[in-house]
Design a protein around this ligand. Structure first.
Ligand SMILES: NC(=O)c1ccc[n+]([C@@H]2O[C@H](COP(=O)([O-])OP(=O)(O)OC[C@H]3O[C@@H](n4cnc5c(N)ncnc54)[C@H](OP(=O)(O)O)[C@@H]3O)[C@@H](O)[C@H]2O)c1
Length: 301
């Protein structure tokens, strides 16, 4: 099949290109900077937020399948989250219109598994409600954009849509790379932990994320799938263990009343309230399963 990968210069997109080629697909990379090298059969150029450029690029690419791995999350900040929200709404809408016009029959899109509301069981499946009314405006906007993206992808006639809701990414060059922003902070002993760190994180290695996208491209099955490792873990488990793996001292314990102020809303939410992700559906229907857990890979990049 002719497969267009939008976000081909990214961590997941870049890992996906050789997997698709090895499966015999004709891979077209959609990039916004032609100077960046990619391992693809063809390259088309467009900024995903420019509908005319996307239309011209996809018309030239003639895809059977379009894979959307666009984010602006290399640097985690409110601006990066806002840019990512635009990629998930406007960028997705641009891809859908142009993919339909170019004759594509399928769309595989990157979502997140940790947008669920912190309600109910510690580990949730794909039917759990999203945290659309999160008290933090930046996170509420992020979750609303994820919901809009899913609605667009699953509601488009003539195109089969698959959403891969990835857990928290780890691996080389992610934020959890020992040299990445979060990893370096833990390694320096500068990431304290709230006294009640019962929030659950489901991690996923970049390579497993790419393998899930490969499975989704090749599968007849569509819908929403959580993609994460086998070991959802409370903050009280994974953060001290991550510090130990990095040779850092155990995280300093923060009293509950100051923890959010010190950590910021999102990290506090992750460590105290977030829910993990069940992956039974991806295993049963996509035939995908994780190959590495955070316990083996978190400290090795
Ligand atoms: N995915 C998540 O949910 C999530 C959550 C938290 C943190 N992170 C962090 O994000 C990184 C994960 O990798 P990823 O593969 O999701 O993201 P990534 O490596 O940042 O790749 C994003 C891709 O989107 C492209 N892109 C961004 N804006 C674009 C635009 N306007 N038009 C066309 N292309 C555009 C980028 O192109 P350029 O190369 O031109 O920029 C790049 O190819 C890690 O550092 C991870 O720790 C991800």
């Amino acid at each position: 099949m002719r497969v267009v990968v939008a976000g081909a210069t990214g961590l997941i997109g870049g890992a996906l290109l050789p997997l698709l080629k090895a499966r015999g697909h004709h891979v077209v990379a959609l990039v916004r900077d032609e100077a960046k090298a990619v391992d693809a059969d063809e390259v088309v150029v467009a900024d995903a937020l420019d509908p005319v450029a996307v239309r011209i690029a996809l018309r030239a690419a003639r895809p059977d399948v379009v894979v959307h791995q666009l984010t602006a999350l290399r640097q985690m900040s409110a601006d990066a989250l806002e840019a990512t929200a635009r990629l998930r709404t406007e960028g997705t809408a641009n891809l859908i219109v142009s993919a339909r016009e170019a004759g594509a029959g399928k769309l595989v899109v990157q979502g997140i598994s940790f947008a669920t509301a912190p309600l109910g069981a510690p580990v949730l499946d794909e039917d759990a409600p999203l945290y659309l009314d999160a008290p933090d405006p930046t996170w509420a906007r992020t979750v609303q954009a994820v919901a809009e993206m899913e609605r667009l992808v699953l509601g488009t006639p003539d195109i089969a849509g698959t959403i891969l809701r990835y857990g928290t990414l780890f691996g080389a060059q992610t934020q959890y790379d020992p040299d990445g922003p979060f990893g370096a902070r833990v390694g320096r002993g500068k990431m304290p932990i709230p006294e009640s760190a019962t929030g659950v994180t489901s991690f996923v290695h970049v390579q497993d994320a790419a393998l899930a996208a490969l499975a989704a491209v090749d599968s007849e099955v569509t819908g929403v799938f959580n993609i994460a490792d086998d070991e959802p873990a409370e903050g009280s488990t994974w953060l001290p263990e991550y510090a130990r793996m990095l040779g850092a001292p155990p995280p300093r314990v923060l009293p509950g009343d100051i923890a959010e102020k010190v950590l910021g809303w999102f990290t506090h939410h992750q460590l105290t309230a977030m829910r993990g992700a069940r992956t039974d559906r991806a295993r049963a229907e996509l035939g995908w399963k994780p190959t590495v857990s955070w316990r083996r890979g978190l400290a090795s990049g």
